[in-house]
Design a protein around this ligand. Structure first.
Ligand SMILES: [Mn+2]
Length: 394
């Protein structure tokens, strides 16, 4: 069975079959994987990278299959691009343990192997990186190793492979829409966090779509409408229980001192979250989730609105007394990094003993990408009790 590239649906389906077949006979495999938030950008990057790269490469989503249910925006795109969900590859389907130890991995939309993969693979498995997060310095010999600032990582992937973009066929429309979905969502339709990579990608991919014949019965390309439809799908989360909202766009880290941190990004504000079943129940839900993940520190970052209405909030909660100092340390770092934090609702979510604080964040450009390094740094500075009762600064 060979990989068919006439449409994205065919490509994904034949890639899965061919991967499963090759698992029967041990031979080198190539996979590409996005980050564990599995947002539109990570999804698009993995599929686009796999499609464009000449070596047969299977795109993986960095989550178990069941979590696809938490991502209405991916369902919308899969339907639009006629990709069958059953053909996708997840961290439990096939199980990562079934992949050969020699598997060559490309990381997109992150640049360091995540814990789920670290169980089976090492930095030396990582052979390619295209990302727009802070460079964590791993896999220095990866080729490509592109880590640059851009609104969407899919813009970097598209630009890197521009020369091999197919010159004919309907697949051009699918590739273009997938790249555009990521570039437009991550820049709020080219109004936020836009870089040269994003504008050139949008221009290039829109050129592709406009150059294709409009199929009878379908509409002419309308960027605003396309963006609005994806945006609405992404925001269709009102029905989800809090635990799902927290784990839907979730990232976590374990620092060298063993302290563990997780940050949820949610596209509703703190008022909305607190209004559903009351603020106490919201806080209890965050705490239960953090305990389930065995965290020392948990954070919720919210975004709502577009354009002038766009708003950011941030809540940070030290769950263990040993990391309480993180809150103040983070406050100082946030000030130096100009996050422009202002106490949320006169301290309406702050705890009396200082282990939880919430802010409105007036620096609208700083997303989890910028905030997480500050929180991680604060956590690394915590004074850890070592055996024998001595204390050491780690
Ligand atoms: Mn991204």
């Amino acid at each position: 069975m060979s990989i068919i590239r006439t449409s994205l649906g065919q490509f994904i389906s034949t890639t899965r079959v061919s991967l499963l077949e090759s698992l029967k006979a041990p031979k080198p495999l190539h996979i590409v994987i996005g980050n564990e938030s599995v947002d539109i950008d990570s999804f698009a990057c993995a599929v686009l990278y796999a499609y464009y790269t000449p070596t047969p490469t299977a795109p993986f989503l960095s989550m178990p299959r069941a979590d696809l249910a938490l991502r209405p925006e991916l369902h919308y795109l899969l339907n639009l691009l006629q990709i069958s969900p059953k053909d996708l590859l997840f961290t439990d389907d096939p199980p990562l343990s079934a992949l050969p130890k020699s598997t060559r991995i490309a990381l997109v939309d992150h640049n360091r192997l995540e814990p789920a993969l670290r169980v089976f693979f090492q930095d030396s498995n990582v052979r390619g990186i295209i990302d727009h997060h802070e460079d964590e310095g791993g896999s220095p010999n990866a080729k490509p190793r592109i880590i640059e600032r851009s609104g969407s990582c899919a813009s970097l992937v598209t630009n890197y492979f521009k020369e091999v973009f197919p010159t004919s066929g309907v697949v051009r429309g699918g590739l273009a829409r997938l790249g555009l979905a990521a570039a437009l969502i991550d820049t709020t339709n080219l109004t936020n966090k836009v870089t040269e990579h994003d504008t050139s990608t949008v221009e290039f991919l829109e050129g592709v779509i406009k150059g294709m014949p409009v199929e009878p019965g379908s509409e002419k390309w309308d960027r605003q409408k396309f963006f609005d439809d994806v945006w609405d799908a992404k925001n269709d989360i009102g029905y989800m229980p809090l635990r799902d909202l927290l784990r839907k766009d979730w990232k976590e880290w374990t620092e060298d001192n063993g302290k563990k941190l997780g940050i949820a990004a949610i596209v509703r504000d703190l008022d909305w979250l607190g209004s559903r079943q009351g603020q106490d129940s919201f806080l209890q839900g965050v705490k239960s989730w953090a305990q389930e993940r065995e965290l020392d520190l948990v954070s919720v970052m919210t975004t709502v609105g577009q354009g002038d209405e766009f708003k950011r909030e941030l809540m940070v909660w030290a769950l263990d007394d040993s990391v309480k100092s993180t809150i103040a340390a983070f406050g100082e770092k946030a000030q130096r990094a100009d996050l422009q934090l202002q106490t949320w609702r006169d301290g309406g979510l702050d705890s009396e003993d200082g282990d939880r604080k919430a802010w409105r964040q007036f620096n609208l450009v700083a997303s989890r990408k910028q905030v997480s390094p500050l929180l991680r740094e604060s956590l690394r500075e915590v004074v850890v009790e070592v055996k024998g009762g001595r204390e050491s600064k780690v």
